[in-house]
Ligand binder design. Structure first.
Ligand SMILES: N[C@@H](CCC(=O)N[C@@H](CS)C(=O)NCC(=O)O)C(=O)O
Length: 348
């Protein structure tokens, strides 16, 4: 994977592996995003932009919120694509003028060092950049999502919040558990360098999926009918499960399609435009299979499972989805339906 030390790219993994276990390091810019930066998204469209990857589940959760709030004209997205010679490239391995600077950058790590010449840490995505200050605002997906959630002047859904006050502590607790036991649990399983670490990680992964399966037998979404950021955190992990985590990361006890509730829930959400728009199974598989020389030195991409993402899910029996209003109360959530065949679900 590599990382940045004192502004220089190094292949040395530092503290990433401890006694054979994979340890995800905290995001370097993880503070709450201040009000003046949020205000800038409205007052100065395109001053902020987000770098995100289509293969990355942490990027995907932020992209979904970005889609729900239709933020394109205010906070554009740059999709990080290309060969990861020195971590994520920003522009298909060609240099690109970093807005607000005189620097040409090719990699995400150069964006970090443009912000801080002595940057030490991971060069991770998603990343929010402020062109006026020439600085990274955040490289923490949860903070980026919370910031997007607070933008009120967006073309649609400015009146809603996916992080409502009355559920906030429960959402935080839920996200904490999902992040450690599942979202990061699959990485701990896949990247383990000892049997014990692998065993512990897969136990966490499947214990969590079992709990979620039971929870989804009681309601349409993670918090009843109300869409919250908890669903946005979970969905990117589920859609990657059978195509990557089950095979490549050795989470082999069960597949997503073996969990009737979770599988129907994932199909339900995939029917909604903001969830489907950045779904690209080919990009997801390439991101993992082509960039993990330890496990897959020949870069073979495994065949995708033969399953029908468009099969009826019958989740409507739990009632129409709702969303919290910033002013209090709830309303029905009307996600744009996914136009038939509009996405690259099956491209290869
Ligand atoms: N704490 C970060 C984690 C993001 C993350 O780990 N992203 C992965 C891509 S899925 C990444 O950029 N990995 C490269 C690295 O850590 O060097 C967040 O929540 O945004």
């Amino acid at each position: 994977m590599g990382r940045v030390v004192d502004g220089e790219w190094t292949k040395d993994e530092g503290d990433l592996f401890r006694n054979g276990g994979f340890k995800r390091l905290a995001s370097r810019y993880s503070d709450e995003i201040p009000d003046d930066v949020i205000a800038a998204a409205t007052a100065e469209p395109r001053r902020l932009f987000m770098i995100a990857s289509l293969s990355c589940p942490w990027s995907h959760r932020a992209l979904i919120l970005h889609r729900i709030k239709t933020l394109d004209s205010m906070v554009p997205v740059k999709i990080a694509s290309g060969r990861r010679d020195k971590g994520y490239p920003v522009n298909d391995n060609r240099v690109w003028r970093l807005p607000g600077t005189r620097r040409d950058v090719a990699y995400v790590y150069e964006v970090c060092t443009a912000s801080d010449g002595t940057y030490t840490g991971r060069a991770s995505v998603p990343l929010l950049w402020d062109s006026a200050k020439g600085q990274v605002v955040s490289n923490d997906s949860l903070q980026i999502m919370r910031a997007f959630d607070r933008i009120e002047s967006c073309p649609s859904n400015g009146d809603i919040t996916l992080y409502p006050d009355d559920l906030r502590s429960k959402i935080d607790e839920f996200n904490g558990r999902i992040c450690f036991d599942l979202a990061n649990g699959v990485y701990r399983a896949g990247l383990a360098r000892s049997q014990r670490h692998y065993d512990d990680a897969v136990a966490d992964v499947f214990k969590t999926l079992d709990l979620l399966e039971a929870r989804l037998a009681r309601g349409r979404l993670m918090f009843g009918r109300r869409l919250t950021i908890a669903d946005l955190v979970l969905f990117p992990v589920l859609v990657r499960f059978d195509v990557v985590y089950h095979s490549h990361f050795r989470c082999t006890r069960r597949r997503l399609v073996d969990y009737p509730m979770l599988w129907a829930y994932a199909r339900d959400l995939l029917d909604w435009d903001p969830f489907a728009r950045d779904m690209d199974f080919a990009a997801i598989q390439s991101g993992y299979f082509h960039n993990d020389g330890d496990h897959n030195p020949h870069g073979i991409v495994s065949e995708r499972p033969d399953c029908d993402w468009s099969a009826p899910h019958a989740r409507d029996v739990f009632g129409a989805p709702q969303v919290s209003l910033r002013a209090g109360g709830v309303r029905e959530f009307e996600p744009l339906a996914k136009p038939a065949n509009a996405y690259r679900l099956d491209s290869r």
